[in-house]
Ligand binder design. Structure first.
Ligand code: F6P
Length: 321
């Protein structure tokens, strides 16, 4: 009987539990044994394996976070750490591993497959949407809706006080949360690591808005943008001579009940991964392209570079005038 392992790694994201649930129940349906590995690659190194059954994954799909827990692992990127992880998998007679995580986690999975022959299936579990091989990542939609809710609340009070508000969002080195939330939240400006912005342009936009009767301005700053949020607020206040407030959403974007979109995508990716394992296919990254869930060679997938959507960036400006 085939045994598979499942782990979640790196920053958690809403929808991870839906993926774990679907992978576990489909694997059991296909007569496989399933082992959950706690705390990502740290648990893989420490041998924190737990046999899962259908009931193990009951009542988790609607919760954010990951019931297997997660971690970032410095040890896993060492030869010794990865070798210990591989030995643990061998001890448990697990040759197939589903890894749910972001760029770093899937890269680690790929190296584990290359150096130790483990068959890996990578699912894109991150709110950042920084895996260029896929149009969606598990958690991105839920995080976007959390940011949109925050923008709506901030707009109310910014209008009441006729203020400018900078909202800082996550995304690490990727600006997609800022870009897509900024467009659909009606922000006046988005600041992303992929694109250098002249602060005078932002100030001019704010003043033009005031002169046109706008009661507020919302600036969405991705955390990877090179000028810090506090420095940005200071410069905007100084140059526009207007009140500027700062809201840092931080870990709010990582929690919450996953949306339909993230639950469905997570489920489809997980089922695809289990069926690829069933069919003896090896070392794939699962994702979505043009609305279809597909699988890609994991090495090739991780080489694809993220393309910045200048059209979306320009639309934010046009639509907020
Ligand atoms: O990768 C997801 C993410 O939320 C990033 O957007 C953010 O920069 C990072 O994780 C924070 O990492 P940690 O949870 O380790 O502080």
């Amino acid at each position: 009987m085939k045994r598979i392992g499942i782990l979640t790694s790196g920053g958690d994201s809403p929808g991870m539990n839906a993926a774990i649930r679907a992978a576990t129940r489909y694997a059991i349906y296909y007569d496989m044994e399933v082992y959950g590995i706690r705390k990502g690659y740290e648990g893989l190194i420490d041998g924190e394996f737990e046999k899962l059954d259908r009931r193990s994954v009951a009542d988790i799909m609607q919760h954010g976070g990951t019931f297997l827990r997660t971690a970032r692992s410095e040890r896993f990127i060492t030869e010794e750490g990865m070798a210990k992880a591989a030995r643990n998998l061998e001890t448990f007679k697990i040759n197939d591993l589903i890894v749910i995580g972001g760029n770093g986690s899937l890269t680690g999975a790929h190296i584990l497959s290359q150096n130790h022959g483990i068959n890996v299936m990578g699912l894109p579990g991150t709110i950042d949407r920084d895996l260029a091989y896929t149009d969606h990542t598990i958690g991105f939609d839920t995080a976007l809706n959390t940011v949109l809710d925050a923008i709506t609340r901030v707009r109310d009070t910014s209008s009441a006080h006729e203020r400018t508000t900078v909202i800082e969002v996550m995304g690490r080195h990727c600006g997609d949360i800022a870009l897509y939330a900024g467009l659909t939240g009606g922000a006046e400006y988005v600041l992303v690591p992929e694109f250098e912005t002249d602060i005078n342009d932002i100030c001019q936009k704010i003043i033009e808005g005031v002169n046109a009767g706008k009661l507020h301005s919302i600036i969405i700053r991705a955390e990877g943008y090179p000028v810090s949020s506090t420095e940005l607020v200071r410069q905007l206040e100084e140059r526009t001579d207007r009140e500027v407030k700062l809201v840092v959403l931080s870990y709010l974007q990582r929690g919450g009940s996953p949306t339909y979109r993230d639950r469905m995508f997570a489920t489809e990716c997980a089922v695809k991964a289990v069926e690829l394992i069933r069919d003896g296919v090896r070392n794939r990254a699962i994702g979505e392209k043009c609305g279809e869930v597909r699988d890609f060679d994991i090495g090739e997938a991780l080489q694809i570079k993220h393309e910045f959507r200048h059209d979306i960036y320009n639309a934010v400006d046009i639509l907020s005038r």
